[in-house]
Design a protein around this ligand. Sequence first.
Ligand code: IVH
Length: 676
Amino acid sequence: MQDDIIRRAAELREQLHEHIYRYNVLSSPIVSDAEYDRLYNELRELEAEYPELITPDSPTQRAGSDLSEDFAKVRHPGPILSLSNAYSVEDLQAWEERNLKLLPAGTELTYTLEPKLDGLTIVLTYENGLLVQGATRGNGEIGDDVTPNVRTIRAIPLRIPVDKSKGEAPERLVVRGEVMYLKQDFERLNQRQIEQELPTFINARNAASGALKQKDSRVTATRPLTAFIYGIVDSRGLALDKQWDILEFLRDMGFQVAPESAFYPTLSDIIQQIPTWESRRNQLEYEIDGVVIKVNDLGIVRELGVVGKDPRGAVAYKFAAQEASTRLESVSFNVGRTGRVVPNANLQPVFIGGVTVSSATLHNFDFVRNLDIRVGDTVVVKRSGDVIPYVVGPIVEARTGDEQPIHPPERCPFCDTPIMQDEGAVDYYCPNVYCPERVYRQADFFVSRGAMDLDGVGGQTIKLLIEQGIIKDEADLFSVTREQLLELEGFAEKKADNFLAGIEAAKNRPLAQVITALGIDGVGSTIATALANALGSIDAIEAASVEEIDAIEGIGDVLAQNIHDWFADPYHHGVLEKLRAAGVRMQGEARVVAGDQLAGMTFVLTGTLPTLTRDEAAALIEAHGGKVTSSVSKKTSYVLMGDSPGSKADKARQLGVPIIGEDDLRRLVRAAETSQ
Ligand code: IVH
């Protein structure tokens, strides 16, 4: 055998020993689970090919143990088993086929489908309804006695049943579940760590493990841990023979059972559910790394038996890992359309959930500072669903001392303008509205779907047009000529015609789309629609006061000010002028107008009207030329008051604004009609 193979096996053994110790004893790993699995599998494959390489202390020769020296030891009443893994539908089908072969012909299997909770196993013993012991899995036979710590977890009942009307607790009950953090509690915990200038936790599972294995239970008590229970290890005075009945019984006793757990009559039903689970994964309150499929009939589970430490009657269908650790090689800076500078991590390429990731966002400089992320760090990177990959944080334990701090750039990497930061603000920005990168990002957004929806105008074309000095902002797209296009690289007649046809069509977009396309911070399509409906044209929005914008449903103070400032900016004014000159429609569609009897009048609504809803009253006012705003000022013509009015009625009295009722409003509309 070659020396390098022997050397590699020794190296892998050594690395794995260190990782196992860090993971299980210190709760502070320096590699991701996926990276660990990669090393472990490499060693296992080497050993399979060259069995003479196997040493008695090889990590492949033992089941994992997480026993620590800090706790008394307890023997579990039965083995705390693990699960074999499946990674594909074929694996699941093969699992069922293998099982059916071991069972009498004609056996039909039904199943439960449960989330595979990403926490750590806990074994809880209740005697006559009282919690008497909480233990970790340990090596599966013997665990650490962490009872005082377990008692601090609110989701774990100290006495069962929690609701006495749900029957009686069995004489003895040993249950098994998972201790973990809910995602939002974990985020809050990290927020608290930042506020107290303490290091943040990178991985929720390891943090939960560290919290449960504290020597001082007062520390555990400060951690917002929770626990989900999914099985019975041992009992006296209880006879349940279905997993689904067990879950219901546990729920009745007052344990927290994952509400998404479900019963299915066949494996095909389960297989159909898997895509739903993959996509709901990111919406769940807790982290899962797969689903667990269990044969429902516990008599059959017993009959099927165990291979090593894995029962045949259950299997874990593992999802692709969403996290990996890798080296942060350098940082570059992106500049967005509003000028915001966003630090971006250039990573040593790493495979996460089916794709190679070599770049991830670092969010903002506060994030970098709070987490003390440095160039050269080993960082944990997460890629979940459609979200762009982001750096979760550094693995501080893996530092060598050569890491370099990350500073915001002094000048914009695209236009060399000095970078600014507003007082008290988190973000740094490039203040140059002509910065080619800002213009590019804004124009690229302007043409995108949901904005101006400009077919035939892509990012590459925009880049070329900016580089050639043909456009200085997105509005200039409307004055690009055929001749200019034909001179661009890669442009032939057809492409130029498509471009020009797209531009022509875009002149007639609905007002809400035009407003969206302007790229005002905080104004997406919903707010743009509200602005378009309430004010009806770009001119009216430009002329509106902050109060008028604020009065629009769904727009708060800060956003109203922001929108107002945007329109007051001379640069934006110039863009709007060009759009107008190019013939872009800047008005809403014609509204239903019943008359102009209320023209020039402003109404504020308060309380419940006798027959009209607020929307109907507002529509009646607007259809007759009036305006509805949300706050009372001296300029308010009338306050329209119904039952249980709010403070707006008091304000009207203070300012001497007339208060009217629904009948008065109808009279105002009618009186004007008859006088015409
Ligand atoms: S059942 C014999 N159900 O996954 C029963 N385990 O990879 C074996 N886990 O050690 C466990 N959610 O810590 C079961 N709904 C669930 C689970 C679950 C998470 C963990 C458990 C186990 C590991 C195996």
